[in-house]
Design a protein around this ligand. Structure first.
Ligand code: HEC
Length: 133
């Protein structure tokens, strides 16, 4: 009889310690979710998603990569050079996408993109500048 009671107490202890385990893994999981949320906030930023879509639809990625120099500078380099750029710089960079550009990064020219609107070009620039992270 005494042995049975002992066994139940033992079982109870095992159960309680298991419950503790699940609650610690749960809180560990929720901190992982929180870390993921800051990355998600960039992806839910409409400028980021719209700019990314416009860049992907155009020919930009034949000359630019996000992390490495290709024919043009990497988008990260551009984002670092123009970090916290005021609106008039963004306007000017958008005009360079439309009219073409040479001499700021070297002697290789960026071809003009006359069919892109000023608005869309500014959204592309704002998207590129979010990559400074
Ligand atoms: C034919 C290759 C090519 C294509 C296509 C191209 N680029 Fe470029 N891009 C370049 C080069 C080369 C430079 C550096 C120009 C310079 O030195 O002034 C550049 C520079 C830039 C800059 C920085 C300008 C500055 O004055 O610092 C931005 C922003 C940019 N490109 C965005 C874009 C976007 C957005 C697209 C797509 C619509 C695009 N590029 C398409 C080659 C290209």
């Amino acid at each position: 009889m005494f042995r049975r009671q002992f066994f139940f107490i033992f079982l109870l202890l095992v159960l309680v310690s298991c419950q503790n385990n699940t609650s610690t893994t749960e809180s560990a999981n929720s901190s992982v979710v929180k870390e993921g949320a800051s990355k998600k906030s960039l992806q839910s930023d409409p400028v980021y998603t719209k700019g990314l879509g416009l860049v992907a639809k155009s020919d930009c990625l034949t000359c630019h990569k996000i992390d490495d120099k290709l024919i043009g500078p990497s988008y990260k380099e551009i984002a670092v050079k123009y970090a916290d750029a005021p609106n008039d710089v963004i306007t000017a960079l958008a005009k360079k996408i439309i009219n073409g550009s040479v001499g700021n990064w070297g002697n290789v020219p960026m071809t003009p993109h006359p069919s892109i609107s000023q608005d869309d070009a500014e959204t592309m620039v704002r998207y590129i500048l979010t990559l400074n992270k």
